[in-house]
Each structure stands twice: as structure tokens, then as C-alpha cells.
Design a protein around this ligand. Structure first.
Ligand SMILES: *Cc1c(COP(=O)(O)O)cnc(C)c1O
Length: 371
């Protein structure tokens, strides 16, 4: 039985009627730019994220770039983040004119180690970007006080964690709720995926929300009048319509991912070679990825591929070792926890529509490889 890493066609079939009707409504009106669906989606995502404001934009990468542009970085300004994330997190820092400063992660959650963050703050530090990797939130209760103490911004890269929650001081907090800005992605493989690229910024700060809204529209709030130089980074009305139609299903999809994850973990937890991912007990994990650690990882991936089972390595080379960041002066050994993770991780199919027989095929194939 073939098991893809992700089956977007299965998801499309389950919402086809609603999505096509929503898309047709936009087409009939020909309101492709900043149509009513964009505003409606912003309001819905703000509610979901417990945020006062949400600003749609063209991608998760642009959401990070715009959030960083709003800091007005000067050459040499430092942004602390993790080297174990998708490239966009650090690429946006560079493109906004800042210098990425990497610090290592926690071995069990793959998220930023708050003690390492605190130790890396200098007078040039302007912000921390916490990535809620694979769908579980970073230790916000430790990161928020660090940002407050130093008067710097805390950006939450929640591209993989829309709607994920963490208990902070006894209250459930949603990804994007506590940071200066939270950034979301609607890339098709995220938990809420568009039919193309899309992104969103969420914030509690009204004046920052206004600035971000202008930055995505060439830096002006009135057409043809420009307060500053911004970008063309809007979310298409068509994508907003697709996302609005899919949004009511998001909680159910994320719950299905968590059920699949629990079943994998039950199958792997007692195994000496397969290390299932650990959820911090404070977190409600939404499993954008289900990522195990194993020995002989590349051989396991070849074994799965030969059986028609999809898998992926997120991420094979940590960002401090990428050729484009060689000038930052890091070397192999700079961040051993991230480097070990890059050598051991492999993500298995955990998409909501995964069937029990499909999942059993994956479990059997993994266990067969490590008898
Ligand atoms: C997907 C992703 C992004 C970028 O989002 P795009 O919409 O693809 O530009 C940024 N950060 C992380 C952690 C991601 O997973």
C-alpha cells in the first residue's frame, strides 16, 4: 500500500463543494484584490489566535519579513533565533537588514532553549524569533520575560502551529497571542493550507497592526499616498475564500493529526531504537509534523521509499551551517543539539485523512527495519 507523506487530494475531496462555492463567489464578483473575504479571514484568524488584530499577507515568509521590517533594523542589529527551523525564519532576518544570532534548542521538544536565548542577548539584540516547531509551542513563559527585561520584541513564528495552545501561568495561550507579533503560513502543507501561498500576522498592538497593514500595501493607507516604502504582499481574495471555507475544519483536522501521533507513539514508545517526539506537558501539540529520532536514518528513509511510504527530513542541515550564512562564523559543533537532531530526525505521514490501514503500513515498515 502506498502512503504519501501528505494527501492534499483526499482533503480537497472532503471539502470540495464548500471550497468551490466560495471560490466561485469571488470569481463572479471579480474582486480579486483585498476583497471582503480577506477582512473576514483576518477577523476569524484573530479570534482563533486570541489576538486583537490580524493582517493577511502573501506568505509566511513575508509575514516574518514585514514583522521584522517594522523594527526598522540598522546594520549590525541582532535577532536571536533557532538554527533548527525552516530557512525562512533566518532568511527573513537577513532580508530585513538584521544579523541572525543562532542559539541551540532543547533536545526533547526541538524548540529554542530559553537559557541559551538569555545568554545570547547583547546591547545589539532587537528581537527574539521563537519558532513553534512541528506544531508545539516554545516555552513562552520563559521567553516573554527575557524580551520584557531587555525591551526587545518577541516574534512567534507560528507557521507550523496555527491554533496550538500552551498552558502559561495556569491559562491556555494560543500561538501568536503572547508575542509582539505572531506569524502564520497558509502554505499548502501547513495545518490550514491555501491553494497556493498565503500568510498572516497577528498582534495585540493596534499601532503596530496599522503599520504592518501599510507595509504590505506599498507603505500607504490611502491609495497613491505613501508614508514609507513598503511591499506588495497581499493575500489574494481567492486564497482567503479557500481558507475561510476550510477554517471550520481546522480543529477537527488538528485533532485527527494528534490521534495519529498518539497511535504512532504507542507503537514506538517501548522500542529501543525508535525515539518518538516528546510533547511538553504544558502543550497541546497540533502535529504539523510527527518527527521521530532514529539511528541509520537515511537507510530507514530508503527502506520506506522502497515500500512506497513517504517521509521527509526536516531539517537535514541546520541553518548555522548553510553556505549562505558562512560569513556569520559558525562551525560544525557550534550547536550540538541541533546538529544531532538534523542527523537523526525523520517525519512520518500524519496528515488528517491518513487511514488506519495506511498508518499500520507505516508502523510495520518502521518496526521491520529495526527488528
Ligand atoms: C512554512 C514556514 C515558513 C514560511 O512560510 P511560507 O508561507 O512557506 O513562506 C516560515 N517558518 C516556518 C517554521 C515554516 O514552517
Amino acid at each position: 500500500m502506498n502512503v504519501p507523506l501528505l494527501d492534499l487530494v483526499a482533503q480537497y475531496r472532503s471539502v470540495e463543494g464548500e471550497v468551490l462555492a466560495a471560490v466561485m463567489r469571488v470569481i463572479e464578483r471579480q474582486a480579486f484584490i483585498m476583497g471582503a473575504e480577506v477582512t473576514e479571514l483576518e477577523a476569524a484568524v484573530a479570534r482563533l489566535s486570541h489576538a486583537a488584530h490580524a493582517i493577511a499577507c502573501a506568505s509566511g515568509t513575508d509575514a516574518l519579513l514585514l514583522a521584522l521590517r517594522a523594527l526598522d533594523l540598522k546594520p549590525g542589529d541582532e535577532i536571536i533565533t533557532t538554527p533548527f527551523t525552516f530557512f525562512a525564519t533566518a532568511g527573513a532576518i537577513h532580508n530585513a537588514g538584521g544579523t541572525p544570532v543562532f542559539v541551540d534548542i532543547e533536545a526533547d521538544t526541538f524548540n529554542l532553549d530559553p537559557a541559551a536565548v538569555a545568554a545570547a542577548v547583547t546591547p545589539r539584540t532587537r528581537a527574539i524569533i521563537a519558532v513553534h516547531l512541528f506544531g508545539q509551542m516554545a516555552a513562552m513563559e520563559a521567553l516573554v520575560p527575557i524580551a520584557e527585561r531587555h525591551g526587545i520584541a518577541l516574534i512567534e513564528d507560528a507557521a507550523q502551529a496555527i491554533g496550538a495552545r500552551r498552558k502559561v501561568d495556569g491559562a491556555w495561550r494560543v500561538a501568536g497571542e503572547l508575542g509582539t507579533v505572531g506569524t502564520l503560513s497558509f502554505f499548502p502543507s501547513k495545518n490550514l493550507g491555501a491553494f497556493g501561498d498565503g500568510g498572516m500576522m497577528v498582534t495585540q498592538d493596534a499601532s503596530l497592526a496599522g503599520r504592518l497593514g501599510r507595509l504590505r500595501l506599498h507603505g500607504g493607507s490611502r491609495q497613491y499616498y505613501h508614508d514609507e516604502v513598503g511591499f506588495n504582499s497581499r493575500l489574494d481574495t481567492l486564497q482567503a475564500a479557500v481558507l475561510l471555507a476550510k477554517l471550520p475544519h481546522l480543529a477537527g483536522w488538528s485533532a485527527a493529526r494528534a490521534r495519529h501521533a498518539a497511535r504512532y507513539t504507542e507503537a514506538f514508545v517501548a522500542h529501543p531504537a525508535v525515539c518518538p517526539p516528546r510533547t511538553d506537558p504544558a502543550n497541546e501539540h497540533i502535529y504539523n509534523q510527527y518527527t521521530i529520532r532514529v539511528p541509520r536514518r537515511d537507510e530507514l528513509q530508503a527502506h520506506l521509499r522502497a515500500k512506497g511510504i513517504g517521509s521527509s527530513i526536516y531539517y537535514p542541515l541546520p541553518l548555522h551551517l548553510q553556505p549562505c550564512f558562512a560569513h556569520l562564523g559558525y562551525a560544525a559543533g557550534s550547536f550540538p543539539v541541533s546538529e544531532t537532531a538534523s542527523a537523526q530526525v525523520i517525519s512520518l505521514p500524519v496528515f488528517p485523512e491518513l487511514t488506519e490501514p495506511q498508518q499500520q503500513t507505516v508502523i510495520d515498515a518502521v518496526l521491520e527495519f529495526y527488528p
